[in-house]
Design a protein around this ligand. Structure first.
Ligand SMILES: [Zn+2]
Length: 669
């Protein structure tokens, strides 16, 4: 059927004039199996609804979520589309009626079923008959990640769908999912036995999310507090930390100023439910949580997601920031980064490898999507591979954070396999990297990377297409004859080559049952058509330049006044998306802000950390921040003055009093 014919149907049944580009691509591949990877709300359902109304026969749609199906059915019925829904709750009589209708289908029909129901013998037989008569149009499997035991949402009933191609020979399948890691993707293809499927990844760009990454330093808690008080007054948000203890610590600090609560998997289930409900109903605005928080929660008006620590994978990060701005309104996603977090994970992964108890449990940092028990059993036999896998995922995340050149949104979309057309300011000022480059001082320097790309291809050939991204990078870097490049630049180049279809990443299942991702040179590229490579690389070269070769992320602006002077950008550009609006702080907040930015405050914080370490307790158990602020404000130098500071009595004076006086005297001297 021609595109014109589909466009006609689109207008007639759905009232739209045009398909989105990715929907159009899918329509062109209806003669094969199709796998659609696309987030919720991107227009995925049109990829099967339109072909369904345009084809003769029954399109069977399997979906696990009854309430979602019911919504869709109501919408379709309003459009006078011929649709039916069979689930466990349908009475025997209704079922007979329904099957009769199905049997006598004349034109087209969308037939929705839950996975449990489709495996009913009678129904399978009927579908088989329809298929023989040429009246089975297509099988659609929504939420297809439910077939994979690697997914977070695995369902038994879905696993049985693996026989569908055997039950009804010759059928074409469209599988759709919003949450697929590369492994889950491969699993879906294997389990459903999709034959050379056309894979379409699309819709990962969320234009209303403002992404920003900030260097984390010792004053992070104060910065966080100021940020929230200044920009998100009375608005909902989530702050993600990497450990349970960290959630408690951050929340204890913020509680002094803001209504917050911490949340992690170690809390009693009833308490967790209680907190969740309070947050959903707006009684608590902010949750400080581990990744245990958020699965299946759909709150539309979350205005910010802050990562206090580095997430352990891009998949996890994307899922977590995806909880912001579901209502389409501008929302901020801020990640505080320090390299120490990377070290933290490295240690954690190593510990997990030993015989110690599973630490990820305490930290709630099992890979997102990988936290079911079944998976952990497999891990036992494959610890080494698992550790490598985790490390690779972490490397990707660090690479994303440290790449301060390419648009953050375009980086994320291409990570998920979406083929995007790269251009400057791709996201229209919705990320720190694009905004930074609007400044003339930050203009990128162009550089042709063709010869390095060729070199990389030569290495891949030498290794006969059996090499991972990381190995490729290491081999290049270890060869002293090669032009010196930063890891960042080299990684960017390799990623670009994947993005521009020069390289492909294939997931290979090893005998041990584990996967690894190896690089393969695209069939169209061989020794003879280096010019093709040249062309492709050159067209992308503005973003291949070696802009900053270090781990440096631009310093966070710790001082508001300095911020205004230094960051001309923010004042000149109308960002218009609530991105750190320069509202004035009220007086008491301003005072707090000033106090916490005096040198003495930092000295006291360091002292507190050091004592906390020595006494093996949380820093706020030594002094709370109010005490510190008062010390900075009053500069006490006598025993009486120190004892009068809020939160410091006899006992604390005995232990820390002399040190406090010494630090104050040193500062005011
Ligand atoms: Zn951008």
């Amino acid at each position: 059927m021609s595109i014109e014919k589909y466009t006609e149907c689109l207008k007639q049944y759905f009232g739209f004039d045009k398909l989105r580009p990715f929907q159009e691509k899918i329509i062109k591949h209806l003669d094969t199996d199709i796998l659609v990877l696309s987030p919720t709300g991107s227009g995925k359902s049109m990829c099967y609804q339109l072909p369904a109304v345009a084809s003769k026969g029954v399109t069977v749609i399997i979906s696990p979520l009854k309430s979602l199906i019911e919504d869709q059915i109501t919408q379709l019925k309003n459009k006078n589309i011929n649709v039916a829904f069979l689930n466990e709750d349908v009475s025997k009589k209704e079922k007979i009626e329904l099957l009769k209708k199905l049997k006598n289908v004349e034109d087209y029909m969308l037939f929705y079923v839950t996975p449990e129901v489709i495996l009913d013998d009678k129904i399978l037989l009927l579908l088989k008959d329809l298929n023989t008569e040429g009246l089975f149009a297509r099988l659609v499997i929504d939420e297809a990640h439910c077939v994979s035991t690697w997914g977070h949402d695995f369902r038994d009933s879905y696993l049985k769908l693996k026989y569908m191609k055997h039950y009804i020979p010759g059928i074409k399948i469209t599988a759709l999912t919003a949450t697929a890691t590369p492994i889950v993707k491969e699993d879906i293809i294997n389990i459903l036995e999709l034959e050379n499927p056309h894979i379409e990844a699309s819709g990962f760009f969320r234009p209303n999310l403002n992404i920003k990454i900030i260097n984390r330093n010792d004053t992070i808690l104060a910065n966080l507090r100021d940020l929230i008080l200044k920009n998100y007054n009375d608005q909902s948000g989530v702050i993600y930390c990497h450990s349970r203890r960290e959630t408690e610590r951050v929340s204890a600090y913020l509680e002094n100023y803001i209504k917050v609560s911490h949340y992690h998997a170690g809390l009693d289930q009833n308490i967790r439910k209680f907190i969740q409900k309070k947050w959903l109903t707006g009684q608590i605005k902010i949750i400080v949580a581990t990744i245990a928080f958020g699965m299946g929660i759909d709150k539309p008006d979350v205005r910010f997601v802050i990562h206090y620590n580095l997430p352990s994978s891009i998949e996890g990060y994307y899922q977590e920031i995806g909880r912001a701005g579901r209502d389409g309104s501008p929302s901020d996603c801020i990640l505080y980064y320090t390299y120490q977090d990377r070290v933290f994970y490295d240690n954690l992964f190593k510990k997990n490898q030993g015989n110690e108890q599973n630490n990820s449990f305490h930290y709630d940092v099992t890979m997102t999507n990988f936290d079911n028990v079944e998976f952990l059993d497999q891990v036992d036999e494959n610890k080494e591979h698992y550790q490598q896998y985790q490390t690779n995922k972490l490397n990707e995340m660090v690479g994303f954070v440290e790449n301060i050149i390419d648009c953050r949104h375009s980086q994320l979309s291409s990570y998920f396999g979406e083929k995007i057309e790269e251009k400057q300011n791709w996201c229209n000022n919705s990320c720190d990297n694009c905004i930074r480059q609007l400044d003339n001082n930050n203009k990128l320097e162009e550089r042709d990377m063709t010869s390095i790309a060729e070199k990389l291809l030569r290495i891949i050939r030498e290794y006969k297409d059996d090499i991972t991204k990381y190995k490729l990078r290491d081999i290049y870097q270890n060869d002293l004859n090669n032009q010196l490049l930063s890891n960042l630049t080299l990684t960017r180049l390799i990623n670009k080559m994947i993005q521009y279809d020069i390289l492909e990443e294939h997931i290979i299942k090893q005998e041990s049952g584990f996967w690894y991702e190896k690089l393969i040179i695209n069939n169209n590229i061989n020794n003879n058509n280096i010019p093709v490579i040249k062309m492709i690389i050159e067209s992308a070269k503005y973003s291949l330049s070696d802009f900053i070769v270090s781990n440096d992320i631009p310093e966070q602006n710790n001082n508001i006044k300095e911020d205004k002077n230094k960051d001309i950008l923010k004042n000149n550009i109308d960002i218009g998306k609530g991105f750190f609006a320069n509202e004035l702080m009220n007086d008491s907040l301003q005072e707090k802000y000033n106090l916490t930015h005096l040198p003495l405050y930092n000295i006291l914080i360091n002292y507190r950390n050091q004592e906390a370490k020595r006494l093996k307790c949380a820093p706020y158990r030594i002094f709370n921040n109010l005490s510190l602020e008062e010390i900075v404000k009053k500069n006490p130098t006598t025993e009486l003055e120190v004892k009068n500071i809020v939160g410091i009595g006899e006992a604390k004076f005995r232990e820390f009093g002399k040190d406090i006086i010494k630090m104050v005297k040193n500062q005011i001297a």
